[in-house]
Unconditional design. Structure first.
Ligand SMILES: [Zn+2]
Ligand SMILES: [Zn+2]
Length: 312
């Protein structure tokens, strides 16, 4: 009996010794699985956060354009300039963004905090520069935090940006998608032969001239005709940026825009047919240029600077 007992005892110990590695292996495998599940859950959360953050930022671009669209429209309808267009822009954009943050929280539980630090005219006058600080998180574990600067194109997308300057300067509002100045533009021109601008025509939707090489305007009849017919805008050091246009300024320290205003009268010399010249009512702001015949029905007047810029 005793011998048998001894044998049983030894067998049990051996079995136990053999089981230990198996148990250890099982523990390790379970832990690895748990770790994998945790990691996967964290990855899913991180991916979701990245995707929500990028959706939110894309919507910010749309809101920027919508805000500027509404502001330029309101200024034209009310014929009233802003005292500080940058401040109005910043406040309105921030309000829209705050509402959107709430929407994101209600829909996804994601806590978004976005502060607009600055809104300004970009070096490219067809863009607006927006700086912001953004944090997004589900819980403190997953968090995205960034300081960012984005450039919003004014001339693409669903929201048209309007030029408030023609209305603010002359009181004339757009009809049938153009501005016909009647005798209101010639009234503000202080140099001689202003009457060539009676019934002058202008655009008011900011559209970028597709002919980037400006000197080609004069080398190709189709280009200048197309540019004039579409009332395209061009980059200009002397022209006004969109934010200064909203304030009805005469000059602007930023890189700005200029467009041709098409006169109706023909004479040898007359005020230069560029918006920032005709609208500049400060002393010596307006000056005369030479007649340039574009076609049977259209002439414009340009000084030497603008002649060489457009190759005319
Ligand atoms: Zn052009
Ligand atoms: Zn400006």
């Amino acid at each position: 009996m005793k011998k048998l007992d001894n044998n049983g005892y030894i067998t049990s110990i051996l079995l136990l010794l053999m089981l230990i590695p198996v148990i250890l292996l099982l523990i390790i495998t379970i832990e690895q699985d748990n770790h994998y599940v945790n990691n996967t859950a964290e990855n899913i959360q991180n991916n979701k956060l990245t995707s929500i953050t990028s959706d939110f930022e894309n919507e910010m671009e749309i809101f920027t354009k919508e805000t500027l669209h509404n502001m330029t429209k309101e200024v034209i309808i009310n014929n009233k300039a802003y005292d500080n267009s940058t401040q109005v822009f910043k406040t309105r954009l921030q309000n829209t963004i705050n509402q959107n943050q709430e929407k994101y929280y209600n829909n996804s539980g994601c806590i978004i905090n976005c502060t607009i630090n600055n809104v300004k005219a970009a070096n490219n006058p067809f863009q607006i520069e927006i700086s912001y600080f953004l944090t997004t998180t589900f819980n403190s574990k997953n968090k995205i935090e960034k300081n960012n600067k984005i450039y919003i194109n004014l001339t693409d997308g669903d929201y048209e940006i309007y030029d408030p300057l023609p209305t603010l300067q002359t009181g004339v509002k757009p009809t049938n998608n153009i501005i016909n100045y009647t005798d209101e533009l010639s009234k503000i021109i202080q140099i001689e032969n202003s009457t060539v601008y009676t019934n002058a025509i202008d655009g008011y939707v900011i559209k970028k001239c597709p002919y980037d090489e400006y000197t080609k305007h004069g080398h190709n009849h189709t280009i200048i005709t197309n540019c004039i017919d579409n009332h395209y805008y061009h980059e200009s050091h002397d022209g006004l940026c969109i934010l200064c246009r909203l304030e009805n300024k005469s000059t602007c320290p930023h890189m700005g825009l200029e467009t041709f205003i098409i006169p109706t009268g023909e004479i040898e010399k007359a005020p230069v047919s560029i918006d920032h010249v005709l609208f500049n009512t400060t002393e010596n702001g307006q000056y005369a240029g030479d007649k340039i015949i574009l076609n049977n029905t259209t002439v414009i007047y340009l000084d030497n600077g603008h002649k060489s810029k457009y190759g005319l």
